[in-house]
Design a protein around this ligand. Structure first.
Ligand code: ADP
Length: 653
């Protein structure tokens, strides 16, 4: 507020005294001076007009306003000043005791009313002290309010910035991925890969900056869930292995003791710390290995889960060990350094580890290597079974799901022995009888044979690209021979229109590689059930309704989804979205951008809930949304822009 107020520290109070009688002014000033613990900086005015001006333009800690200012009433000054937005507490001084005047003053907005006879008494001192204290509380509240408003607008700014940056990134990354899949990519593959990796780098920088600002504003939320430790570590391992191999390093993960099979933690954030530390280890190591170690240890009556990432790289000078955990700190000079990075990773990891219940620490020897270590609280693991790590990747270990047994004899056609085996194993698991073929020709022969023996296969799963006879040629011959059971194409191609073209030549459906157990089950069970009841699969496939106002982002997301075989309808506004939902088009899922021209996404989600209470809504946004806001609207999933092929694939699966 005013300078100098500082009532707590310097105890200087700025006072405006509006008084036309000099004797009264002197008397009041004297009395104020008697008040210990305050110093008064008194501004004296006699003219009512000047008083109103001062009160409306300057800030004082108190104003002492005489009731009778010549011909004019102090009440008028009071009323005008308050009308002009004066925030200064005003105490009225009067020559007579009159309850009526007291009431008039208070009604006009005065904080107190004192008879001039009381100026030398304790009553006056108390009134001044009370008004000052009240003012101090009010100004503190005002400061707090200002700070809160500033924080809120900073949050809004960051959310907006994040949205503005992520939306164009959707187009850059999405179109690059699409181009890389197409025929034309041959000549410009390396350039396209450069665009893709730079785009991804920009995205990770944006994520880091946002994380850091969330940490600074104490807004970082953790979302703990149950984690299968083995498959979690396996996923991280496979991801890192590619980078380690590229640099000719070996990557090892060890656990000297059996570990809890399940822990409770925020898997995204835990993965972020592990990957960050491991990427650094790989980045700063040219020879040798990167070793990740896990163990549990009791610390202050809690069993914590420890992680260590050790490398045989360049090491860190002792004097820099503490500073690398601070934002933007790097050992090498920013100009001469050969490695990229903004120096934010460790700062974020430190904070994440702290919030997950442990500390991030480092030991290092220059030229020999570094060893980063952190711990997390893994939830209550006292009764959780312990086992050795096996590294079974999550993709092939989705067995927590229950699958009702299926019936029938299935032919699996694929030239790659490991895929044949994998699909066979999965189908065995579903209770199906499985026969395999290595190419299209074998498949045609086996289908014909099954027809002639009057025991046709119940369903065929067929690869498209195979030697001897490919899937496209094989399906033509199989259908020509009168084989009517479902034949499902398995293809790695995720291009726009692939599904349509395969269905047009006789396939009943298309599944994309890598094979996803759940998707395979859903597809097979649907076709088997339809076949049993003699039904045709409904021709009008349910659509994904994509609500996005940015035309480029909408188009590229639509193309990506269609390349994965989905049917997509676009809506550019909230009103269009509601219109589609009220039409006869079957919609299986809504991908909802939160930033729309006519409404905000969350209010739209609430409206959607009134039309379709159970419809799956996936929120797409430029900034992270609080989990509580989503759960209130029964929204189970939110995606951060930019959307890429693999995120969209997981959505369709
Ligand atoms: P960035 O890697 O993006 O620069 P970090 O915060 O992850 O940012 O790391 C900060 C700095 O710490 C790095 O720039 C590097 O100088 C040093 N550093 C981190 N990890 C290692 C490591 N394993 N070996 C050597 N130096 C490291």
């Amino acid at each position: 507020m005013t300078e100098p107020t500082g009532l707590g520290m310097s105890k200087v109070a700025r006072i405006l005294m509006v008084e036309d009688d000099e004797d009264d002014y002197i008397l009041t000033s004297d009395s104020l001076e008697q008040l210990d613990s305050y110093q008064f900086d008194i501004h004296w005015v006699t003219n009512p007009k000047v008083a109103v001006e001062k009160l409306s333009q300057e800030e004082f800690d108190i104003c002492l306003l005489d009731f009778q200012l010549g011909a004019q009433s102090g009440l008028d000054v009071l009323r005008q000043a308050i009308k002009l937005g004066c925030m200064t507490p005003i105490i009225m001084l009067t020559g007579q005791d009159d309850d009526n005047l007291d009431k008039l003053a208070q009604d006009a907005g005065a904080v107190d009313y004192i008879n001039k006879e009381d100026i030398s008494t304790g009553r006056f001192a108390r009134a001044i002290r009370y008004a000052l204290a009240r003012n101090e509380v009010a100004s503190e509240r005002l400061e707090r309010l200002k700070a809160e408003t500033q924080n809120r607008s900073k949050d809004r700014f960051l959310a907006h910035l994040s949205h503005e940056l992520r939306t164009p990134l959707t187009s850059i990354l999405g179109y690059t991925e699409l181009l890389l899949q197409g025929e034309k990519a041959k000549e410009s593959r390396s350039e396209l890969n450069i665009i893709l990796s730079n785009g991804k780098h920009l995205l990770s920088l944006l994520n880091d900056v946002l994380d850091l600002s969330k940490i600074a504003a104490d807004k970082l939320e953790l979302n703990p869930s149950e984690i299968n430790l083995d498959s979690f570590i396996a996923d991280v391992f496979y991801l890192l292995q590619i980078n380690a191999q590229d640099k000719g390093l070996s990557l090892v993960i060890t656990a000297p003791q059996a570990l809890p099979e399940r822990i409770r933690a925020d898997s995204t954030r835990l993965r972020q710390i592990l990957i960050n530390l491991s990427y650094n280890a790989i980045k700063f190591t040219d020879h040798g290995q990167v070793a990740i170690k896990l163990w549990t240890e009791w610390v202050e009556q809690k069993e914590l889960l420890f992680f260590e990432v050790a490398d045989t790289g360049i090491g860190i000078p002792a004097e820099r060990l503490a500073s690398i955990f601070k934002p933007f700190e790097q050992v090498e000079d920013i100009v001469t350094r050969k490695e990229g990075g903004a120096g934010l990773g460790l700062a974020i990891c430190t904070e994440l580890a702290r919030r997950m219940g442990g500390e991030l620490s480092v030991e290092s020897e220059l030229g020999k290597g570094s060893r980063f270590r952190f711990a997390i609280e893994p939830g209550d693991i006292s009764d959780v079974p312990r086992s050795e790590l096996h590294f079974v990747k999550a993709d092939t270990n989705q067995d927590n799901e229950h699958y009702d047994p299926l019936q029938g004899r299935v032919l699996v056609v694929d030239d790659a022995p490991d895929i044949r085996q994998l699909v066979q194993k999965i189908c065995d698991g579903f209770g199906l009888q499985v026969v395999t073929a290595e190419n299209g020709l074998q498949a045609v022969q086996m289908c014909n044979e099954s027809l002639s023996l009057d025991t046709p296969f119940t369903l065929v799963l067929m690869d498209i690209h195979m030697p001897v006879l490919g899937g496209r040629q094989a399906i033509a011959q199989i259908r020509e021979a009168g084989f009517t059971a479902p034949v499902i194409a398995l293809t790695a191609a995720a291009l726009k229109g692939v599904k349509r073209s395969l269905v047009d030549i006789g396939f009943s459906d298309v599944l994309h590689k890598p094979i996803n157990k759940k998707a395979l089950y859903q597809c097979m069970s649907m076709h088997l059930a339809a076949q049993e009841s003699g039904e045709q699969i409904d021709e009008v496939e349910p659509h994904i309704l994509l609500v996005e106002d940015d035309v480029d982002a909408a188009e590229v997301s639509k193309m990506l989804l269609e390349s994965l075989g989905a049917k997509v309808t676009l809506a550019f506004t909230g009103a269009e979205c509601l219109a589609v939902l009220q039409s006869s088009l079957p919609v299986c899922k809504i991908l909802l951008d939160l930033h729309l021209p006519d409404t905000d996404g969350l209010s739209l989600a609430a409206q959607i809930r009134t039309i379709s209470p159970e419809l799956e809504i996936v929120v797409v946004s430029g900034a992270q949304i609080e989990a509580s806001q989503l759960s209130a609207l029964n929204i189970s999933r939110s995606l951060l822009k930019p959307l890429n092929l693999s995120t969209l694939q997981s959505l369709i699966d």
